[in-house]
Design a protein around this ligand. Sequence first.
Ligand code: MOS
Length: 751
Amino acid sequence: MQDKLRNLLGTATSRIDGVAKVTGAARFASDEPVANPAFAYLVTSTIARGRIGSFELDRAKAVGGVLDILTHENVGHQAKPAPGPDGNTSTTTLEDSRIWHDGQIIAVVVADTYESAREAANKVEVTYISESPSATFDSEGTETEPHSIEEGPDPRKGDAAAAFASAAVKFEARYSTPTQHHNPIELFTTTCAWDGPKLTVYEPSQFMWGTKAAIAARLSLDPDNVRAISRYIGGAFGSKGPNPRTAWIAIASKRVGRPVKLIPTRDQGFTIATYRAETRQHVKLGATRSGKLTSLFQEGWEVTSRPSGYNVAGVDSTARMYACPNIATAVNVVHADRSTPGYMRAPPETPYMFALESAMDELAYELKMDPIELRRVNDTLTDPVAGIPFSSRSLMQCFDKAASQFGWAKRTSQPGSMRDGDWLVGYGCATACYPTQIGPAAVRVSITAEGKAVVGTAGHEIGTGAYTTVAITAARALGLKVEDVTVHLGDSDLPPMMLAGGSNNAASAAHVVAKACEELRRRIADAAVKSSDSPFHGTNSDALTLVDGELKGLTGQSEGLTVAVRRLGHRLEVYAENVPAGLPPTAIADMAKGRVTMLGGTERKDVTAFAFGAHLVEVRVHSRTREIRVSRVVSAFAAGTIVNPKTAHSQFMGGAIWGLSSALLEETELDVGTARYVNRNLADYLVPVNADVPSIEVIMVPEQDERVNPLGIKGIGEIGIVGMNAAVANAVFHATGKRVRDLPIRPEKLL
Ligand code: MOS
């Protein structure tokens, strides 16, 4: 069944929700109509460390239409602490008078209109008891400690120090990556509405059941009385999960006896939500003269808040990239007066692969070796840390396909040796990778005698095309057209789905949908073989398949779906759960309680599961102004079964564009004295516009992986960004001979 289905996936299909999205019919959370809403506006702190001494609220309360002002003094005790450091801001908001970071939520003003709430919020006066903040690395008063990830100690093997000391060729360097903010186009909105004891929360969420569980826990509600809805999400990238804001809007709604709608501003999004922490990396590589790695050492430092140990520890991935007998890694967290960072697309790999893939490029120059050849010499089908096989690894196939398409052979190795008029031309490359995850999932699928199917699961359309991949899977499994499948996602009243993170959702959803559809097929086929009026009467039901709107046998007989389904009634519905191999049987119940229980990557006993890719980049650097243009990109990926090549192409391309952005443009700038962000808006926070993005060619290298999961789906949400920052940096070095180890690479760093 699963072999057959695997072969049916992979037809390029336009988004089934495309028209709804471009015509405005798609409802994002804040578009959902609620009766007579009041509006909330946040007051945020203007200091980064200290306490609130007092509020002066009279002027704010005097604004016409103001209904309520929530502060720690009147509601602080009404919510339990926000959920832990699992990618959520765990610094307090209104719980007490403590200020942990600049831009912390300290009051919520509720009024009849947005304008009144905003005017009143601007009239809230705060007296602070202020302390001098520590902003980031090297700031006085930060505290550094070795991290502790739940997964265990940092990867190590052999004796990396001794092997480095005796290596024929040694390379060592330090790299850094800046604070970055995803701050997606859809703002961090929350709308809460009560109906007696029942609370409905309309809020963009990457984990519908997680949001439901978190708000129930914070407000001591029966989870059955909480419903979370976000049918469409305007970008998430790791920033939209359970969070500390929701509880205050729910409390506000109860206090004013009306639904309350919060639409925070763009600049508030830089401090009330999570972000990518700045990192520092120290890499040491030892190699033989022929380029075989003998020692790999990587140590990272990551900035986090005072109370949270949040870190991404990307050495878990980088330590496994290449064959190497001696590996040592370490990660440290640096506590500063900042909000807790969180997941941002390929959270560990984006910064840590920048360091490793830059270092590999630097080593290639030391060795006078082609950088692709250096990766080939060190390619391996065995995870060098765990000593178990990769489920599949098509890294060199990706490099070879991309290199031939790109014309890599035209590269002359000497930096600064390729020129086009006033422009210095450089070619660079880097490896992309992402661990493959799969999570538990549940679904309800129905089919009618008219050959229409409805699929419902609390999955997430964060822009990736989830509605379409779910529809494709059900359509192929049931022998229907994609347009005959209706998909419902984004509602915690639907069966639970694992959070949309770690690139797991395509695999998690496809497997549970396949399971439900197989159960439908079995019931339809069983009824047919038992029925004297069916051509299949008395035959083996296992041999019957659903194809092109018919029930078909091995030898060409068929029966229309209408007849076959009607035997069981007009509409047939099944509920299915899937717990992937290796997860505990309680995985569905745990997920329903908001726990993240996915499995894969480096956590399996039998195989290490990663998708791989290769970015090849051409840059042009102006010989006098040092303006940097990325002029060509060819990226190849092998990620197992691709459910929908059309949306996959967009995912890969979007990832590459974001990687380009991370290489050249993005940085949230910090005023170190005050620990405040200075460019918290989309005008000053640089992201690429169309003119910055060249032709990007995406190659999907066919890969069949029998071990990663039954349908061989590796997930593609994040891999596109990984390594792209290094590929651009490597190309800039090739063009100019100037190595930039601190992102972003701006023209002034090349002068
Ligand atoms: Mo992601 S950063 O796992 O949403």
